[in-house]
Ligand binder design. Structure first.
Ligand code: 6PG
Length: 254
């Protein structure tokens, strides 16, 4: 199994902005656009705010197409909405045009329909796959990524890019990218900090397949960006951790 690319960000998660600068520049010069599926949750918010405030990126936002990797079954105005967090911390501050934003309609009663509609949006203008340049993810304490939670049906989906996923442990249905959509992306960055070192070590070291994140362990295009605390635990589990600066010049690609 190829070795996972694990980077310690001593400014976690702000160091990812250095990788972003390279990745967006390459995408725009090669493909005139940067298609990103953003992560929800709390970890990425400081990174989004830093990206919004980065003067060097000001000219690039008109080429960015913003998607969401997963969403809770709430309206975009709800305090728990991933879209609301993304819009408040990044899309609104950079005045990303509405036409460059694509939000799953998580307020709908029929979330299956909402998932299919969003899947169609992901495929607009592509050659049959979402062709995302970057998927940003966090990881939960149970090893979930996006809304691919342990023991849920979406883990086994291979013929869809975006689905409604019943999550019994949340008593809720979530909207989420599938593993095929993550595999299809040019790059996947997973931001993992705090007390998740043991779970990540089980996913990347022991290959504990009860953890959805373990499915990404052998993927060449995945970069794990971790804070100092997680890096320490991973190193103690004999996993190779490099300084994030080591990735610069590779455009955030593993
Ligand atoms: C969500 C996210 C979820 C998140 C992880 C980590 O809807 O919460 O999609 O996958 O990335 O749960 O969350 P934190 O970054 O808040 O730890």
């Amino acid at each position: 199994m190829p070795r996972a690319t694990i980077l310690e960000d001593d400014r976690f998660p702000l160091g990812a902005a250095d990788l972003w600068r390279e990745a967006v520049g390459e995408a725009i010069s090669e493909r005139s656009a940067f298609r990103v599926a953003f992560a929800g949750g709390g970890t990425p918010r400081p990174l989004y705010r830093a990206l919004a405030a980065e003067p060097e990126l000001a000219g690039s936002w008109r080429r960015v197409r913003a998607f969401l990797g997963d969403e809770r079954p709430v309206a975009p105005s709800h305090p728990e909405s991933n879209w609301r967090m993304l819009a408040e911390s990044l899309l609104d501050p950079v005045s990303l045009p509405e036409a460059s934003r694509a939000r799953p309609r998580s307020e709908e009663e029929d979330l299956e329909r909402a998932a299919r509609d969003y899947e169609a949006v992901l495929l607009e203008g592509t050659r049959g796959s979402p062709s995302l340049d970057l998927v940003l993810l966090g990881m939960g304490p149970d090893g979930h990524v996006a809304s691919l939670f342990p023991g849920t049906d979406a883990l086994g989906v291979e013929d869809r890019w975006f689905v409604a996923n019943r999550v019994p442990q949340l008593s809720a249905t979530r909207l989420t990218l599938t593993f095929p959509a993550l595999r299809d992306a040019r790059a996947v960055w997973v931001l993992v900090g705090g007390d998740k070192g043991d779970v990540l070590a089980r996913a990347l070291g022991a290959g504990d397949q009860s953890l959805p994140a373990a499915r990404l362990a052998g993927w060449e295009r995945v970069v794990w960006i971790v804070d100092r605390e997680v890096a320490r635990v991973l190193a103690a589990n004999e996993l190779k951790v490099e300084p994030l600066g080591a990735m610069s010049g590779r455009g955030g690609r593993a």
